[in-house]
Design a protein around this ligand. Structure first.
Ligand SMILES: *[C@@H]1O[C@H](CO)[C@@H](O)[C@H](O)[C@H]1NC(C)=O
Ligand SMILES: *[C@@H]1O[C@H](CO)[C@@H](O)[C@H](O)[C@H]1NC(C)=O
Length: 271
């Protein structure tokens, strides 16, 4: 039974381990639909490839016959390395390692889709490496200074100075507590998204999806980027929160729609 199931599953899921630039093993799940084209899925802060947004998107792409890869960033989930609150550029390098891995096996990475912190990493990736033509920014942050007081409390700077770190309590049972250090926070504050995004190729299409009821990151901020990115489209999902709790199907169908469109454009360009 088990053997049969392995030989002939509905869609093959395979664990893939990729070494990043710093020698850490990154662990991901390849959803193999038999397409040469593949979509990379990037999770947000303190979640993992098992986050419901990641698994639902992979499932929706699978239904559409498109292969995808969801993986854990360094220090998250099953991947090696230390968890960091900052390290946006390190995550962009993780994406680079993943993209290179699939390019080496003759795949075409048609898009990088990131949620929240993963969206910022995807955008930074596109600002540094210029080999991906489509980025999907799901509820990324327009300004990494915003939201810190909300997360840590108004006095977080004093606490950081006094104690050298801020304790982040586990958000779920079985989760782990994390320390946010001054260095890690600096790492975050040093990234000026608006400036970095100026380096994104004009051929690269950026799709921003935002929940109309996202209280963590205001939707209006996307308009600032719309001004600097020549190839940017904003899609608001009315009533959705930061993690699209009650809007998973809508989110998935939008992402699948964009991927199908991307595949068609690639076909046209190739012919
Ligand atoms: C990728 O394609 C090249 C050129 O067609 C071929 O030589 C190489 O063996 C392929 N690599 C893999 C991993 O399939
Ligand atoms: C990414 O999405 C966020 C949330 O909607 C938005 O504020 C930001 O402007 C977007 N960034 C880019 C580069 O489009």
């Amino acid at each position: 039974m088990a053997d049969d199931a392995q030989k002939n599953p509905p869609c093959q899921q395979q664990k893939v381990i990729i070494l990043n630039k710093y020698g850490n093993k990154l662990v991901g799940i390849l959803h193999e639909s038999g397409t040469q084209a593949i979509v990379i899925l990037c999770h947000g802060l303190r979640t993992s490839k098992e986050n419901f947004i990641m698994t639902n998107l992979a499932a929706a792409l699978e239904n559409a016959g498109i292969s995808s890869f969801r993986f854990d960033f360094t220090g998250n989930g099953e991947s090696e390395g230390s968890f960091e609150f900052g390290s946006y550029w390190r995550e962009a390098e993780d994406i680079h390692a993943v993209v290179q891995h699939f390019q080496k096996t003759n795949r075409t990475v048609i898009a990088v889709v990131g949620h929240s912190k993963g969206a910022n990493a995807a955008l930074l990736y596109a600002s540094k490496y210029h080999d991906i033509k489509t980025i999907v920014n799901l509820s990324g942050s327009h300004d990494l200074k915003v939201g810190l007081e909300y997360r840590f409390g108004k006095d977080f700077r004093e606490r950081l100075e006094r104690e050298g770190f801020i304790e982040l309590k586990a958000e779920s049972a079985g989760g782990i507590d994390y320390r946010v250090t001054e260095e890690s926070l600096k790492d975050r504050l040093n990234v000026i998204m608006l400036e970095e995004c100026l380096h994104i190729d004009k051929e690269c299409r950026v799709f921003t999806v935002h929940g109309g009821e996202d209280t963590l990151i205001p939707a209006v901020a996307a308009l600032e980027f719309a001004k600097v990115l020549p190839n940017h489209k904003l899609h608001i999902i009315e009533g959705a929160d930061h993690v699209y709790t009650d809007h998973q199907a809508e989110l998935a169908s939008f992402v699948v729609y964009v991927m199908k469109e991307t595949l068609q454009m690639d076909l046209l360009n190739a012919s």
